[in-house]
Write a protein that binds this ligand. Structure first.
Ligand code: ANZ
Ligand code: ZN
Ligand code: ZN
Length: 865
């Protein structure tokens, strides 16, 4: 065949590879080889791979192949995140059972992976919806229940009154049900299962500092998500007034503040609409109740559309008062829509002079703004104007002519400010005051220092069908209050396959009598099974451990195997998983460590998040009609060109704008390599392994130099720099140089041994990026064995060294010496070389160099006096 034809080459190799299950299989954990665990996030079996997947897996596959060539025992597995809602949606829409739909999709996507030439170890394939996998979810759940890490509590969930079921957040669209466009979703209190991730909050936070191989942006996102705040809880007594104690009002409101040092500036207490005290007040006062309901509705609306940060602040004065324990002052109690019930205590002390949100609120409702901190030294006053400009608040205050706040410093940096007008605390620095005042509150019994986290325990209950059944039962007879764990020996609790999910009323599993009816593990009587299933993020929290021992039926995996492979050396996936999946799986690892199953504290040593693939400047979506199908690309240009383009078109961490001409360009490039390789394969075969004897021509040296420089560059890229786009362009430069030397090769000016070395190197360099192509070309030049199990080419440093050129150096126009510099050196290097030359130093001693003229690549002239 004279022309490059991927439609012929690729299926041929694919058939060979598919037939050999050991080709990409990892060796045993006791093989004695150094290991490399290369992992890309597993896909959801939606039915087809999209082009973003191609990019993700092309990166991982190139890395895995490279590490094989470097002699590592590589684990490069793949699986399916197979539980979840889309399967249920499809079932409702097309009447196909979720299981059937899921497995049909898996089969189709596996074909696509194979057609793309991805080198996955299918012997360890993991499919999370199979009982042999999900039984271990249940097993972990039981272990966590035993350790108090799984528990039930009431919490708020999205509820569609029409569906009579809980909706996942993704099923709430603009505050309405995804299946009932006219039905507003309610928040309901339901008893749900939780996993106590907050127990590990500090460790999850501190561990981030050590994850140096993770992108800083991901670590920052996790830090913010965990959201650790040091502060204090302070009790404000509710002033019961003349009427005495009100029913339901506990007598105090506990606020959470990070700035107890500002408490003398507190001019109101503000409650979340759902705070118990707000509710108690509402009970007594219909007008107030309606207003509070309105505030709650506003908050929920903002919460649903993720606009809480920008909510237009509203509040209502309850007419009651609370007492500031530090100064005995009565301050009004308000209910406000921007105070969240589920952060801190759901109540705050409002300090308008020093908190932006409080300031905004106070200005709106005419609450007092009282300044209680000031610059530590007068010199800070000089910077006041600048601070005012930065805050914007002061200007708006001045514009409105609100004299009272002119001159306030709402954001005074804590470490350069002191307390004023704060009783006996006046004069203390803010940071010191925070500590002392919290300690004082503790001694006096009206408060305590505390740490609050934004991180909440992980609600794992789903009232859905297609997920892991939670292995708990309820027995009214012997344990009416507490759910009971099923015995380990009962696992798995099978998800029933015959089920009608077209009825939308309530939890689907609740309608399957054979499922619900269980035997009580304690008294043996009739009991009810839990009908909630687990969040699918449970499945993905530990799947990568299962790959190390996917067939184990006695345990989730063997610890020795996991300890050999873990931590994952390189994890690759989308940045959209920066929080949920990547925090849950870190949590799961710590739980498994504490159960004695693994030794590592973290699942992945290095994490890489690739950029998105976009088209016409926008994210691909069906509605925009700009979706690029991998199948189309493969049909037109082949899998190699498609994959290689996905790596070439942008640095892997940046967004990539998909341009079909670019894929065509890569295809033309491969055609060129094909033509050259087939032309010179005879020579290459004949000279393979032979040594280049004697003097080599300048052209041969230049070509070999280019080869070895390319090897050096690409090796570095794989070692962590990951500039695969420029790796590929450096191969293109090498190929251009080969083309430019065709005549020299034909004339024997470049020896056959050098030709063989160049082509062998070229094909090995291409192997991680274009595996089908490389396999074909390797065969063509008579290479032995499997190309990507061939040792990665070694850089010959001597050959790689840049050519040196000689540059004459003159002093006042007279030749003094000649210096050697690397070809292409810049002016500064050449100048430095010249000035460092002993002959030049001797000549200019005692004189002044007034000018240095450098003619790049030609000459240096020093003018001295
Ligand atoms: C008084 C104060 C004065 C505050 C000041 C800040 C600055 P982070 O750091 O995010 O934890 N807060 C507490 N609970 C709240 C809730 N449920 N909803 C809305 N806001 C709440 O923020 C802690 C600060 O956020 C707390 O400290 C409280 O306002 C507010 F100059 O108390 B602060
Ligand atoms: Zn509905
Ligand atoms: Zn019982």
């Amino acid at each position: 065949p004279q022309r490059y034809n991927p439609a012929e080459i690729e299926p041929k190799w694919q058939a060979r590879w598919d037939a050999d299950a050991t080709l990409y299989a990892a060796e045993a954990h006791d093989s004695g080889k150094p290991k490399y665990y290369c992992l890309e996030m597993l896909p959801y079996p939606s039915g087809a791979l999209h082009i973003g997947h191609v990019r993700n897996y092309a990166i991982g596959d190139a890395l895995a192949r490279h590490m094989w060539m470097r002699g590592y025992n590589v684990l490069h597995p793949m699986g399916w995140d197979a539980f979840g809602l889309p399967a249920e949606n499809a079932a409702l829409k097309n009447g196909v059972p979720p299981r059937e739909w899921t497995f049909a999709n898996i089969a189709a996507m596996k074909k696509q992976f194979q057609r793309l030439g991805m080198g996955f170890d299918w012997t360890t394939e993991v499919t999370t919806c199979l009982p042999e996998y999900y039984r271990w979810n249940q097993w972990f759940f039981l272990k966590m229940f035993e350790k108090g890490l799984a528990y039930r509590k009431k919490s708020k969930v999205n509820w569609c009154p029409e569906c009579c079921t809980v909706l996942a957040n993704e099923q709430v669209i603009g505050g309405r049900c995804w299946r009932h466009e006219d039905t507003v979703v309610e928040l309901r209190d339901l008893t749900q299962w939780f996993l106590r991730i907050t127990k590990y909050a500090d460790e999850l936070l501190e561990g981030l500092d050590k994850l140096e191989g993770w992108p800083e942006k991901v670590r920052t996102m996790q830090r913010n998500w965990i959201g650790r705040s040091e502060g204090a809880l302070i009790d404000f007594a509710v002033d019961q007034g003349i009427g005495g104690r009100e029913e339901g009002v506990e007598g105090k409101i506990t606020v959470f503040t990070t700035r107890v040092d500002t408490i003398f500036g507190a001019t109101s207490v503000q409650l979340a609409p759902e705070h118990a005290v707000s509710k108690a007040f509402a009970l007594e006062d219909d007008k107030l109740r309606v207003q509070i309901e309105q505030l709650l509705a506003e908050q929920q609306k903002a919460r649903e559309s993720d606009a809480l940060g920008a909510i237009e602040k509203h509040g209502v004065n309850t007419g009651r008062f609370a007492v500031n324990p530090f100064n005995g002052e009565r301050v009004p109690i308000w209910v406000a829509n921007y105070i969240l019930a589920d952060y801190g205590t759901g109540a705050i002390m409002s300090v308008p002079a020093h908190d932006e949100r409080d300031f905004e609120f106070a200005r709106k409702y005419g609450l007092e703004v009282r300044r209680v901190i000031a610059p530590a030294d007068a010199s800070v006053d000089a910077t006041k104007e600048k601070q005012e400009q930065n805050t914007g608040i002061l200007r708006s205050a001045q514009d409105d002519g609100a004299e009272d706040v002119v001159g306030e410093l709402p954001y005074l940096a804590e470490d350069e400010a002191v307390l004023i007008d704060s009783g006996k605390w006046t004069g203390l620095g803010c940071v010191e005051a925070q500590e002392k005042m919290a300690a004082f509150a503790k001694v006096k019994g009206f408060g305590t220092p505390t740490v609050t986290y934004r991180l909440k325990d992980w609600g794992v209950s789903r009232q859905r069908y297609w997920g892991t059944p939670i292995p708990m039962v309820y027995c009214d007879r012997c344990s009416p209050e507490e759910p009971l764990p099923v015995a380990e020996s009962e696992l798995p609790i099978f998800l029933p396959e015959q089920i009608d999910i077209t009825q939308t009323n309530g939890s689907p599993l609740g309608r399957v009598a054979e499922f619900v009816n269980a035997k009580c593990p304690k008294c043996g009587g009739a009991a009810r099974r839990e009908t909630d299933t687990m969040d699918t993020f449970v499945d993905s929290s530990w799947y990568f451990y299962r790959y190390t021992d996917a067939k184990n039926s006695k345990a989730p995996f063997d610890s020795d195997k996991a300890n050999y492979w873990f931590p994952i050396d390189q994890y690759i996936g989308g940045v959209e998983h920066a929080i949920l999946h990547l925090i849950y799986s870190r949590f799961w690892t710590k739980v498994m460590r504490d159960l004695g199953l693994v030794k590592n504290d973290e699942p992945a040593q290095r994490l890489f998040t690739q950029g998105m693939v976009i088209k016409d400047g926008a994210k691909m979506s069906k509605s925009k009609g700009n979706v690029v199908s991998p199948d189309d690309m493969i049909a037109r240009y082949g899998a190699d060109a498609t994959r290689m383009y996905a790596l070439f078109a942008a640095p892997p961490d940046r967004d990539l704008e998909w341009q079909e001409e670019g894929v065509a360009g890569i295809s033309r490039f491969l055609s060129k390599v094909y033509r050259l390789t087939t032309k010179y394969s005879g020579a290459a075969r004949a000279a393979a392994g032979g040594s280049r004897g004697g003097e080599s021509s300048a052209k041969e040296q230049a070509l070999l130099r280019r080869l070895h420089q390319t090897i050096a560059k690409i090796t570095q890229d794989f070692d962590g720099r990951w500039h695969f786009n420029t790796s590929i362009s450096s191969i293109m430069i090498l190929v251009n140089e080969i083309t430019a030397n065709e005549a020299a090769m034909d004339a024997g000016e470049i020896s056959p041994a050098a030709v063989a070395e160049v082509f062998r190197g070229l094909i090995l360099l291409l192997a991680p990026f274009a595996p089908f192509f490389a396999a074909e070309m390797w065969e063509e030049i008579g290479g032995e064995g499997v190309v990507f199990r061939t040792v990665w080419p070694e850089v010959n440093e001597e050959l790689a060294r840049d050519e040196e050129i000689e540059i004459p150096v003159q002093v006042n126009g007279k030749l003094v010496t000649v210096v050697k510099v690397a070809a292409g050196s810049d002016e500064a290097t050449v100048k430095a070389e010249a000035l460092a030359d002993p002959k030049v130093i001797a000549r200019i001693e005692g004189k002044t160099v007034v000018k240095v003229i450098v003619v790049p690549g030609k000459l240096v002239n020093l003018v001295v006096k």
